[in-house]
Design a protein. Structure first.
Length: 222
């Protein structure tokens, strides 16, 4: 008998009794809530990735604040703040005059610029370099001159090669094949990337795979 109860009142009584129908309905509501929460969290994460707040401090008055060259650029240019000559075989720290404060869980990767790599023998020595989120010092770029000695050439010259592949003359003498990185040259690019934090589990056994312990070309080269 309904005793004149409304449907809403009957539903409430059924719910209080723990009816299966209401338990399932509650589970469905909870699952929809979780789905909505996950969608909103993903939207927020993507928005944060598009506009990640990163603090930058000038450590040199002429330091150039990073900018993305295009809307779709993954990296931003890192610019030298002083002239540096790099002889063949040398590796030099080139100052950018900048320090960064990254959000926890992110790193700043230092990568070569394709134009510099294509036109010169200059390389980012430890590419990709890593700037940790808790580092607060000035970011420098390790630039290596991979030019080899040429016995057929005079070992000294007053010409210096530049990062765009051209040459300039100077009154001083330098080892043949030396490069000059000039103030305001774009020497590398920075990319901010998310970094997972691992929780290491010590074990005596690892899961089996088809590859197993094969390494160093075990899958072939072509």
């Amino acid at each position: 008998m309904s005793y004149g109860l409304t449907q809403e009142q009957r539903d409430l009584i059924e719910k209080l009794r723990g009816g299966d129908r209401f338990q399932q309905a509650g589970a469905n509501v909870l699952e929809r809530y979780h789905q909505t929460f996950r969608r909103l969290a993903e939207i927020e994460r993507r928005e944060l990735m598009r506009n990640l707040p990163v603090k930058v401090k000038r450590m040199h008055p002429d330091a150039v604040i990073p900018q993305y060259a295009t809307a779709g650029a993954a990296g931003f240019d890192l610019v030298a703040v002083e002239d540096v000559v790099i002889a063949p075989g040398e590796t030099v720290k080139v100052r950018t005059g900048l320090a960064f404060e990254l959000p926890p869980g992110y790193e700043l990767q230092i990568r070569p610029r394709s134009g510099v790599s294509a036109k010169t023998k200059l390389r980012v020595a430890n590419a990709p370099g890593t700037v940790d989120a808790d580092f607060r010092g000035e970011v420098c770029v390790l630039i290596e001159n991979t030019e080899e000695d040429d016995d057929s050439q005079d070992p000294w010259t007053n010409y210096l090669r530049t990062v765009n592949g051209s040459e300039i003359s100077d009154d001083d003498q330098y080892p043949f094949g030396s490069y000059i990185v000039r103030k305001y040259d774009r020497i590398a690019q920075g990319i901010i990337a998310e970094v997972p934090r691992a929780s290491f589990i010590v074990t005596d056994e690892l899961t089996e795979t088809e590859r197993g312990e094969g390494s160093f070309g075990s899958t072939g080269v072509s």
